[in-house]
Unconditional design. Sequence first.
Length: 331
Amino acid sequence: MSVLVTGGAGYIGSHTAVQLLGCGEDIIILDNFSNSSPEMLDGIRQISNKTFKFYEGDMRDGALLDRVFSENDIEAVIHFAGLKAVGESIQKPLEYYDNNINGTLCILETMKKHNCKIMIFSSSATVYGNDNPIPFTEDMKTSAINPYGWTKVFIEHILEGVCEADKDFSAVLLRYFNPIGAHKSGIIGEKPNGIPNNIMPYIMKVASGEYDHLNVFGNDYDTVDGTGVRDYIHVVDLADGHLAALAYARKHKGAETVNLGTGKGTSVLELVAAYEKASGKKVPYVFAPRRQGDIAACYADVSKAKKLLGWQAKYDIDDMCADNARWALKE
Ligand code: NAD
Ligand code: UD1
């Protein structure tokens, strides 16, 4: 039996593919390379020294999905494929709703047809919205402030509905906090197209000299040093969280929502200092106004992940920065 990894050529999917192959899982990757490239697949092969089947195409292509499920015995889907840029989602809401929600519906329809009953889904801490108290626990109300966030809220509801209707279905909704870092081999990592929105790829470009400084969005928050605080998690820890979720889903039915974070907050200035220490490069910054839609601080209550999945993050912020620098600053 195989595990289908949608979006497996992307940042989190590729690291998860490596961990799955390392555990002896048989995987199949589906990706349309809308935000990735075949190089990532080479990287997965190189690190794992294993082979896997790959289908290039769009998850909304019903005929392709039918072929993927007909040609393989797929036990579970780990569903990463989706568009993820918050700002772009405000500019192109229909594209985001169509790709993320319609894409997920297409996969679920095909899973139903082929009697596949396990889905591990990439949700986000963004579903906690702007007015829950920290740390965030899975039972808090969800909402969103942009189309990207709404796609995550809606898909969570869709999966809960699927589990309600089919008592044999198992879905684990993983709410990621802020994934950063790269594989320790330095072979795969995050490679954003264009100007990065998220902080870590931006810091990378400043450290490498491509940009001359980082804009720190806000220094008057009620936090340790006035800058925004987030729960950064090493992408390999996050990947391992998927293996734990898969193991759980193989033994339990129904829908479960689980935070994947470290439970620790790090400010922008603390992250910059850790990156400078790990990379030996300067990261000049200037204070800029707060970014619209940002919250002061966000970190996870991670007790459910530990209790339900037996998983907890192993790496700290220094590991994340060191692994990132090894990948990003390699010659
Ligand atoms: P990514 O863009 O690197 O990977 C997503 C992959 O999906 C890409 O390889 C892309 O080509 C593919 N894809 C997109 N639409 C597709 C389609 N219609 N058909 C086939 N393939 C398609 O993103 P990532 O950072 O690896 O994120 C993976 C998932 O995790 C996404 O759903 C994202 O929303 C979610 N997530 C990411 C973060 C983060 O900070 N990176 C945080 C929370 C949640
Ligand atoms: C952002 C998205 C969120 C999404 C998440 C992962 C917004 C408002 N939120 O979260 O919906 O789930 O990415 O994709 O876009 N920062 C700077 N300078 C920069 C970039 C960021 O100071 O150039 C600060 C931010 O203000 C924040 C922290 O760094 O305090 C982290 O920012 P970012 O990496 O964009 O993640 P989130 O804001 O947590």
